[in-house]
Design a binder for this molecule. Structure first.
Ligand code: HEC
Length: 106
């Protein structure tokens, strides 16, 4: 019984911290990423990868890799470096929630 309550409480706590905050993510996108990726992540400029509808775990990994240097890009190292783990989760969730315009070319 106690075990169940503990597990439920734990789930609530971790769920609360890990749940992405879309509004906070939108704020980061609007204030920091907008110049290149746009607020919706669908920049018409081919120099900037489209992020709208991209998988959040992919974007999270990309951003952590820019931070660590595992993925080497001078521009993104600077911008990813500004983000805390929480910011990454939020901004990735925001862009993932935007319409995808990714296409397959055959
Ligand atoms: C000054 C322009 C610029 C800004 C501002 C910028 N980016 Fe980028 N971003 C780029 C470029 C250029 C690339 C491609 C780099 C590469 O080749 O790895 C990129 C790549 C990415 C990728 C990897 C995409 C993929 O398909 O692999 C993610 C995720 C990303 N940016 C997120 C962000 C976020 C989140 C912000 C805001 C905190 C941000 N970027 C701000 C220019 C920018």
């Amino acid at each position: 019984m106690t075990k169940h309550i503990l597990a439920a409480a734990l789930a609530m706590i971790t769920g609360g911290t890990l749940a992405a905050n879309l509004e906070a993510g939108k704020k980061t996108a609007t204030e920091v990423c907008v110049a290149c990726h746009g607020v919706d992540g669908n920049s018409p400029n081919p120099d900037f990868p489209k992020l709208g509808g991209q998988h959040p775990d992919y974007m999270g990994k990309a951003l952590r890799d820019y931070q660590s240097g595992a993925r080497n890009n001078a521009i993104m190292k600077g911008f990813a470096g500004m983000l805390k783990a929480e910011d990454i989760a939020n901004v990735a969730a925001w862009y993932a929630s935007q319409p995808a315009v990714l296409t397959t070319h055959r």
